[in-house]
Design a protein around this ligand. Structure first.
Ligand code: NAD
Length: 332
């Protein structure tokens, strides 16, 4: 169901989203404006006459932009991502611009998380790097089996729960923390408090939103209570961990391995080819050079299934709000 001719502007459209956007735009009979540039004051005019705007995860939406969209008639904003930390949602609420996120299947990120855990436990980075120079020795590559370990899952929402279900197939002990415990999770994992999770986990994986209270939850103090040699996995948001504390943790040997799909200050760096650029954020690059640190460019979500679903959520979410239908993903 949709309102024929509803005018929507899609900003920050990547090449891999184009086909799905155009197909869905036709299917929903939308008047779709596609802008491959990110939202900014210089690109505001693309949204002229639009009732809705959909944005990417790289789009930074501040009060000035929200005012500009609102003044030109935009009523609805959707992000084609799960996280909304790139939008000033408080200000949007204040001016009455309705915002919704994308709720796509958690399997893309959950599968990637399992891969990151296994790569860390089996020293995959070293084995692949050394293989490039014909070093096929086994020294330094001795791995650990996941089934023998305790894995701590922080956040048992959609992704965290899916990770827990996948982990259950490996036979490891699974402990979890979430302020809102779910009965179905208890079939696979034992809920514990955060301190116990830090103390007892050999592997800790984060699946929580970036909020003022979760920013830098992984810092010197929390790393201090973890097991020596702990494996930390962050496929959620970079700012959940203090990079300087991660560096110290690796240097001291407290952290045994790090697998980061997201890292503090990644905005402006990820999802771009910077081979000939001089890049800021020296901590990111210093951290990356350690033999036991894997970094990927915020790509855990990036599967064909997830991209199609994110595009659908972006457009269908605006249609639902415009038609006055209840939308579970709307930020109230
Ligand atoms: P969700 O909303 O379904 O689940 C989040 C869970 O975190 C909720 O159960 C909530 O109660 C819990 N939570 C909130 N504060 C907490 C805290 N202080 N401690 C422990 N738990 C807490 O979200 P989701 O779909 O599972 O996604 C989780 C996060 O993954 C997103 O917020 C996003 O940042 C990240 N993400 C990353 C990628 C990627 O490509 N790397 C893709 C999608 C989502």
């Amino acid at each position: 169901m949709s309102i024929p001719g509803l005018k929507i502007c899609a900003f920050g459209v990547r090449d891999d989203e184009l086909e799905a956007l155009k197909t869905l735009g036709r299917e929903l009979e939308l008047d779709l404006v596609i802008c491959q540039k990110e939202p900014a004051m210089e690109t505001v005019s693309y949204a002229e006459g639009c009732v809705g705007v959909t944005i990417s995860g790289l789009s930074m939406i501040d009060a000035e932009l929200l005012d500009a969209y609102k003044n030109m008639g935009v009523r609805y904003l959707t992000t084609r991502t799960k996280g909304v930390n790139h939008i000033d949602v408080e200000y949007a609420r204040k001016i009455g611009l309705r915002v919704a996120y994308a709720s796509y299947p958690p399997s893309s990120v959950a599968e990637f998380t399992i891969m990151m855990i296994l790569m860390s436990l089996r020293n995959y980075k070293q084995s692949i790097w050394r293989g490039q120079v014909n070093d096929f020795a086994l020294s330094g590559l001795l791995g650990t089996e996941l089934g023998e370990l305790t894995v701590g899952v922080v956040g048992t929402g959609q992704i965290g729960f899916q990770v827990i279900k996948y982990l259950s197939g490996f036979g490891c002990r699974i402990i979890a923390y979430d302020p809102y415990e779910k009965e179905e999770v208890k079939n696979y994992a034992e809920y514990v408090d955060m301190d116990t999770l830090y103390r007892e986990s050999h592997v800790i994986t984060l699946h929580i939103p970036l909020l003022p209270e979760t920013r830098h939850m992984i810092r010197t103090e929390s790393i201090g209570v973890m097991k020596t040699g702990v494996v930390l996995v962050n496929c959620a948001r970079g700012e959940l961990a203090d990079t300087e504390a991660l560096i110290q943790g690796i240097e001291s040997g407290k952290i045994g391995a790090l697998a980061l799909d997201t890292i503090e200050g990644e905005s402006g760096i990820i999802h771009g080819d910077h081979r000939i650029d001089i890049l800021p954020n020296r901590s990111l690059f210093y951290l990356r050079q350690f033999r036991n640190v894997i970094m990927t460019p915020h790509m855990a979500f990036f599967t064909a299934t997830a991209v199609n679903s994110m595009v659908r959520c972006g457009l269908a979410g605006i249609c639902a709000m415009a038609e006055g239908r209840e939308l579970r993903e709307e930020i109230k």
